[in-house]
Ligand binder design. Structure first.
Ligand code: ADP
Ligand code: MG
Length: 565
């Protein structure tokens, strides 16, 4: 097959432009990205071989290798992992497979406006393309394990790339960076220096579980001796979760998070847990600082990584945390599981069930701590993940109270910030018996609702709930600390009982007085309504439609209809 030239997809091109032109203080992370990809590729091959022993692949010495050629000014990162087929290279490298990239670019622009280009880009690496920060040409040679032909991909990052098939490619992938010209002013960015490479690997990739090797430069005179110098292993390969806590720095934890979370930002919170006894395991979990764009899509990849005694077993192990904690990233390393454990077995395993319960409680108690110790961090967490956590109020009755304790909601009390239920209850007026809420599309549409009039008039606080899930959990939960949760739009709300303005006698008298009107209205609207009654809930609007306490609200009706029920 001849060499073919392709155009980068639009988003890919935008991203590349950012890489190429960023005047960017921390270019070092490109190596972290390439090593991270190589490590993933080795994990994948190991697993594939485990499941399919007939796979024609060599797995006895899986490793990553870094080669420096000072003369040619190239830096090569090589792995003997899973590799990619011709089609995969086109799909994975030529496009940005990740559908959230547009959103990512937007976020990037926003953040740049806020932080300035310098401050910002230094914190992230966008995978493979970050190579273009330091190289003006990148060549990737790869062969998928089990296949005979390889593929060469080449690009200068400027709009097009080429693909060709290659007959004698070794198994795995090598990425050759043709480094940009040396900057004599800035020795810090000399990526042909073994010292520099050693330092970057130590800093960003020390925990990688595969050896990262580098062949030190041959002394120019030793060429004829014929002895190739021994490669040195640059990383310690020590599992962070197995090391004593005070020996591991926050930075090290954060680098691990970036590797497994495929995120370029620091996590919001790091959680460690050590379980001893009959079923031993260690967990290192992270709460991200940002909700992923696809958190609510059907194919969101949830779950932490599962290891057994330091050996990687599977990614996205969803059995270890409930669905409403699907955004949590991390590693769980269990001592007593079989290396061949399957997802089906995990779903039914009693020990796994115990782990899930313990990990769930640990995550929730961490959020609780955050709430008391660091309001800002908690606020970030809830803004990003509150909506998904509320699903737990419906599905996890065991932890309902713990979730309610860390939940907060917009309220008429304070426009600028949310309130907890505890704070709401503390503010309840004398004689107020219930916790009132109203659901709707937006804060504004709720506040304009006629249902709100009487509450506003009487200064009674109402929670303003705008997530689709709110209606469902509020119904399912029913009460908080003995106080009923009542929708302002449902059933008879007797505010007068709460502020005792109108006596029962007076109410009866009014009912008699208006009996004719009410009867006439009911007749006119027959079929559309069940009942017409006088209400104390309105102050400005003459009438409003209310559903029965047990009826579905309009939003719920819509939801069920959308679900085809
Ligand atoms: P990410 O690692 O977050 O998926 P990257 O841009 O780093 O994004 O890589 C894109 C994809 O290209 C990877 O998901 C992987 O499928 C493929 N890839 C990259 N490097 C390698 C490699 N060394 N071996 C095999 N596949 C790779
Ligand atoms: Mg990557």
């Amino acid at each position: 097959m001849p060499t073919e030239t392709f155009e980068f997809q639009v988003e890919a091109r935008q991203l590349l432009q950012l890489m190429i032109h960023s005047v960017y203080s921390n270019k070092d992370v490109f190596l972290r990205e390439l090593v991270s990809n190589a490590s993933d590729a080795l994990d994948k091959l190991r697993l594939e071989k485990l499941w399919d022993d007939s796979l024609d692949a060599e797995v006895s010495d899986l490793h990553i290798e870094i080669d420096i050629d000072k003369e040619a000014r190239t830096l090569t990162v090589r792995d003997n992992g899973i590799g990619m087929s011709y089609d995969e290279v086109g799909r994975l490298i030529g496009t940005i497979a990740n559908s959230g990239t547009a959103k990512f670019l937007e976020e990037l622009r926003e953040a740049r406006d806020a932080a300035g280009e310098e401050g910002l880009i230094g914190q992230f690496g966008v995978g493979f393309y970050s190579g273009f920060m330091v190289a003006d040409e990148v060549t990737l040679l790869t062969r998928r394990a089990g296949e005979s032909q390889g593929t060469r991909w080449t690009s200068r990052g400027e709009g097009t790339y080429t693909l060709e098939t290659v007959d004698d490619a070794p198994q795995g992938t090598s990425v050759v960076l043709h480094l940009k010209p040396a900057d004599p002013e800035n020795q810090l960015h000399d990526y042909t220096s073994p010292w520099k490479i050693r330092e970057i690997i130590k800093r960003y990739s020390d925990f990688i579980t595969w050896p990262v090797r580098m062949v030190p430069e041959r002394p120019a005179t030793a060429d004829e001796s014929g002895e190739a110098p021994e490669p040195e292993t640059l990383n310690s390969m020590k599992a962070l979760w197995a090391r004593p806590r005070d020996e591991v720095s926050d930075d090290e934890y954060h680098e691990l998070y970036k590797h497994i979370g495929h995120d370029w930002r620091d996590p919001l919170e790091t959680i460690r847990l050590q379980a001893e006894g009959t079923f031993e395991y260690q967990a290192l979990l992270f709460l991200p600082a940002h909700a992923p764009h696809d958190l609510f899509t059907r194919d969101f990849k949830r779950g932490v990584q599962l290891y057994v005694k330091r050996v990687f077993i599977m990614d996205e192990c969803e059995a270890l945390l409930p669905p409403y904690l699907r955004f949590v990233k991390g590693v769980v390393d269990a001592a007593d599981l079989s290396l061949n454990v399957s997802r089906e077995i995990l779903q039914q395993d009693r020990h796994i069930e115990m782990m899930r319960r313990r990990l769930t409680k640990k995550v929730l108690s961490t959020v609780k701590d955050m709430m008391t110790k660091d309001q800002d961090r908690y606020a970030t967490f809830w803004r990003e993940f509150g909506t998904v956590l509320k699903e737990g109020l419906i599905t996890d009755s065991e932890n309902r109270d713990a979730i309610l304790a860390v939940a907060s909601f917009a309220s008429t009390h304070d426009e600028s910030g949310p309130t907890t239920l505890k704070q709401y209850v503390e503010r309840m007026k004398d004689g107020q018996e219930h916790i009132y809420y109203l659901t709707g599309e937006s804060r504004q549409s709720i506040e304009n609702s006629p249902h709100m009039e009487a509450f506003r008039e009487r200064g009674i606080e109402v929670l303003l709930l705008t997530d689709a899930v709110d209606e469902v959990w509020a119904d399912a939960v029913g009460e908080y600390e003995g106080k009923q949760l009542r929708s302002v739009a449902k059933g008879q709300i007797d505010l007068d009982a709460e502020d005792k303005e109108t006596s029962d006698g007076e109410r009866e008298k009014q009912n008699e007085e208006y009996a004719g009107l009410l009867g006439w209205m009911k007749e006119q609207l027959d079929g559309d309504i069940k009942e017409v009654r006088l209400s104390s809930r309105l102050t400005v609007s003459p009438a409003c439609v209310v559903s029965d306490a047990n009826d579905l609200t309009p939003a719920l009706e819509n939801m069920y209809r959308a679900m085809g029920q």
